[in-house]
Design a protein around this ligand. Structure first.
Ligand SMILES: [Zn+2]
Length: 303
């Protein structure tokens, strides 16, 4: 299973453009996801999200609410409370605490985790797109939080949430004895021993396959002969979609670009089976986190 991609909501993409319809969703039945500095509201000391109800939030600036969708007849909304008066915020979130969803990661029930990660991504997009990219005028939320509209009558530019594509690939090579290995690398800033798949953003003007080939060559000096798409993962941390590939190397010779990676190595399945889990305090090679598509690709290959 790929984490953060299990959204259970009907987005009502057409209906949400109708303000009257939207207001009717803000009922006693609705559920509210609060986001504070990229953190989501959890019950204290547990990986369980804490939703507020309409009665709890109705005095807040709900015109800035983002409609997420509906499930079982209940509307779900996200609300950025980062700038809310701390005393008001404290009284709202009694029994809860704001936490980075990735600090709990796989422990969060994944349908709800997908709601929280979508909320976080959309709130981030609004925060970073407050001015019209065409004329510089301050813009405002539109279409239930899925658009921003420039009020300049000579412009009226509409901006939509963007997702930055990034490729992530498990590069494979089979030696003359028929032993297959995968290429993993590590950045110096990562926890000791953690090795992961290579990855990078897609440049303008290149296909996904070209991005895979370029990133592998830039980071590890390895040429590839093919790239096969496997799966994708929404990754709103802050605004990416990860596009996962298996790639085949022409030659296993590695030349690490130290600006990009600290190290890169080939590992057999048997070697991977000796890796420690991410987060282990023992010394040794470690796998990536369970909630990453990197881990998904590694598990898919080694099973
Ligand atoms: Zn404008």
């Amino acid at each position: 299973m790929l984490f953060y991609t299990q959204l259970p909501l009907n987005r009502h993409s057409q209906e949400r453009k109708d303000n009257n319809w939207l207001l009717r969703q803000q009922t006693n039945n609705s559920k509210w996801v609060l986001v504070h500095n990229h953190h989501s509201l959890f019950k204290a000391n547990t990986p369980e999200l804490l939703f507020l109800d309409y009665q709890q939030v109705k005095s807040l600036p709900l015109w800035e609410a983002i409609y997420l969708g509906s499930m079982n007849g209940q509307g779900y909304f996200a609300l950025d409370v980062t700038d809310l008066d701390p005393s008001i915020l404290d009284s709202l979130v009694l029994g809860g605490e704001f936490k980075d969803i990735r600090s709990y990661g796989p422990l969060v029930e994944q349908q709800l985790g997908s709601i929280a990660s979508l909320s976080r991504g959309l709130v981030h997009w609004h925060k970073t797109h407050r001015f019209c990219g065409r004329c510089g005028t301050k813009n405002s939320m539109f279409e239930a939080g899925h658009c921003r509209l420039c009020p300049n009558p000579n412009c009226k530019h509409m901006t939509f949430p963007r997702t930055d594509p990034a490729v992530i690939m498990l590069v494979l090579h089979e030696d003359k004895q028929g032993v297959e290995r995968c290429l993993l690398g590590r950045q110096a800033s990562w926890p000791e021993g953690v090795y992961s798949t290579l990855a990078g953003f897609v440049d303008p003007g290149e296909s996904l396959e070209q991005a895979v080939a370029r990133e592998v060559e830039e980071e590890a000096g390895v040429m590839i002969k093919s790239a096969e798409y496997v799966a994708s993962q929404s990754w709103p941390f802050p605004s990416s979609i990860m596009l996962g590939f298996f790639a085949r190397a022409v030659d296993p010779t590695i030349f690490v670009d130290k600006h990009e990676l600290d190290d890169a190595r080939w590992f057999t399945r048997e070697e991977l089976n000796t890796f420690l889990e991410w987060g282990s305090d023992q010394t040794g090679y470690k796998l990536t986190r369970h909630d990453s598509i990197s881990r998904f690709l590694i598990e898919k290959w080694r099973k």
